[in-house]
Design a protein around this ligand. Structure first.
Ligand code: A2P
Length: 316
């Protein structure tokens, strides 16, 4: 398995299990099945609403000696309602309680957007958002540093940050993020972001690598293109005698990022980690490059306000 290396010597398996959209009733078995299949890297978030069930799987796996805590890598994310300094550590502690862990390997700011702390559910009006003047990102980042000092988390990072937003944060701290988790796949290569992150010692994790076909219909465009059904991807899969999903996952290994395909199906969970064996050629990569059309499945429009507090989340 390819790994990403951190400054302190820690290593992260490049293929992890995604849990966004994994139903609470299915996720415990899915995580346990993944750990039994050899996954060591599980990606979680408070807002996915399933951390308590994932915690049960961790407990079982550790008790049954499927994996030790030291060999397990758990990432979680701070939700947008907890960006104020005083809310960060309590939110992290809730996640740790739910996951039945006493530390996380990696904690990310989920979005560069802040909501009112008392908001339940998703914002319905501009008033549900706090501006960056009210909660500057550096305030959240400093509270994350404090959590690290307290031993609650080993590594810190961000998610959904553009180059502009990374530069802005890096200009205000001596402790830059070690990870940026963003959407990446053959329709969205984000070469500039990849280059910037890699030349600044920031790892990337690719979310929605398979096109997140299980999002709710409200989140989907009518004419959404399919990665799994793409003719070029299918042809490359045929040549390698593997599945289209395995090509889509192997693409990220070739680009030295982590990737977190979501599945709650044991057969597909196994299939996805087996992508580690697929070696794409430069010619395959060249063909996949031609598919880049800057298409986002998660376009961030749902976090734009009409009052200008938040616009153009991805700065493009
Ligand atoms: P399921 O959970 O039933 O396996 P993404 O990781 O881009 O969010 O995509 C997740 C979607 O892709 C889910 O609908 C998931 O369904 C499906 N999926 C996961 N692995 C595979 C695979 N190997 N082949 C086809 N579909 C897959």
């Amino acid at each position: 398995m390819k790994v990403l290396k951190f400054n302190n010597g820690d290593q992260l398996d490049a293929i992890g299990l995604g849990t966004w959209k994994s139903q609470p009733v299915k996720v415990e078995d899915a995580v346990l099945s993944a750990l039994k299949s050899g996954y060591k890297h599980i990606d979680c978030a408070a807002v996915y609403g399933n951390e308590a069930e994932i915690g049960k799987a961790f407990q079982k796996a550790i008790n049954q000696k499927v994996i030790s805590r030291e060999n397990l890598w758990v990432t979680s994310k701070l939700w947008n309602t907890a960006h104020k300094a005083e809310d960060v550590i309590p939110a992290l502690k809730q996640t740790l309680d739910d996951l039945q862990l006493d530390y996380l390997d990696l904690y990310l700011i989920h979005w560069p957007v802040a909501f009112r702390p008392d908001l339940h559910g998703f914002p319905e009006s501009d008033d549900d958002f706090l501006s960056l003047q009210e909660v500057p990102v550096i305030e959240t980042w400093q509270a994350m540093q404090e959590a690290k000092k307290q031993g609650l988390v080993k590594h810190l990072g961000v998610s959904n940050f553009s180059v502009t937003k990374l530069k802005d944060l890096m200009g205000k701290t001596d402790n830059p993020p070690e990870m940026n988790q963003v959407e990446l796949h053959p329709f969205l290569h984000q070469e500039n972001l990849l280059e910037f992150c890699h030349s600044n010692n920031i790892h990337l994790t690719a979310y929605s690598p398979l096109g997140s076909g299980d999002r709710s219909t409200e989140m989907k465009a009518e004419d959404e293109p399919s990665l799994l059904e793409n003719a070029v991807v299918k042809a490359i899969a045929k040549q390698h005698d593997v599945t289209p999903a395995q090509i889509l996952i192997a693409f990220h290994l070739h680009r030295h990022t982590a990737v977190i395909p979501k599945s709650t199906n044991p057969k597909r969970i196994q299939e996805n980690i087996n992508s580690a064996k697929v070696n794409l050629t430069d010619e395959d990569m060249q063909q996949i490059k031609s598919l880049d059309k800057h298409y986002r499945y998660v376009n961030g429009k749902f976090f734009e306000t009409t009052d200008g507090k938040y616009s153009n989340i991805f700065d493009e």
